[in-house]
Design a protein around this ligand. Structure first.
Ligand code: IPR
Ligand code: MG
Length: 153
């Protein structure tokens, strides 16, 4: 049975204008840590999220990951590879994302806060002790028991 978190039936007419969009979340790995920042001024404000953003028309997920991490942190990622996929519905914001998680390595460099209107700051977080609250796409990924450190590529 098809279910929807939105009040209207998702099969009704008029939903073409509010189809899900593709988000790219980037799991930037260094040692046994990932890079997270606390979101601000958007859905998930106050929640810890990896860098990432919207897949642009004609762009590959891997290139989007490289671009978003550069734009948001100044870091250059390496060996970008596809990780998990989540279906993320934000009923109160009327947003629906399908998020592709890209795993990437980043052996060097200090993250800079290049979009301070969108993030409070970047922190390397131990995968075994992630901060809370986590942004919904990352929560959903963890529910799948996904582990970027044990995923082969
Ligand atoms: P922008 O384009 O503002 O960076 O988008 P976003 O950070 O709201 O995109 C969210 C994608 C997630 C999974 C990091
Ligand atoms: Mg972003």
């Amino acid at each position: 049975m098809m279910t929807s978190s939105f009040s209207e039936n998702s099969s009704s007419t008029g939903n073409e204008a509010r189809r899900p969009v593709v988000g790219i979340g980037v799991l930037v790995l260094r040692d046994h840590r990932i890079l997270l920042g606390k979101r601000r001024n958007a859905h998930g404000a106050g929640e810890w999220s990896p860098p990432g953003g919207h897949l642009e028309f004609g762009e590959t997920p891997e290139h989007c990951a490289l671009r978003e991490v550069r734009e948001e942190t100044g870091l250059t990622i390496e060996h970008a590879r596809l990780g998990g996929v989540t279906n993320d519905i934000f009923p109160s914001e009327q947003k629906h994302y399908v998020t592709l998680f890209i795993i990437a390595d980043c052996p060097a460099g200090t993250p800079e806060l290049l979009e301070p209107a969108k993030c409070e700051g970047w922190v390397w977080c131990d995968w075994a002790a992630l901060p809370e609250p986590l942004f919904l796409p990352l929560q959903n990924l963890l529910q799948q028991r996904f582990n970027p450190f044990t995923t082969s590529s």
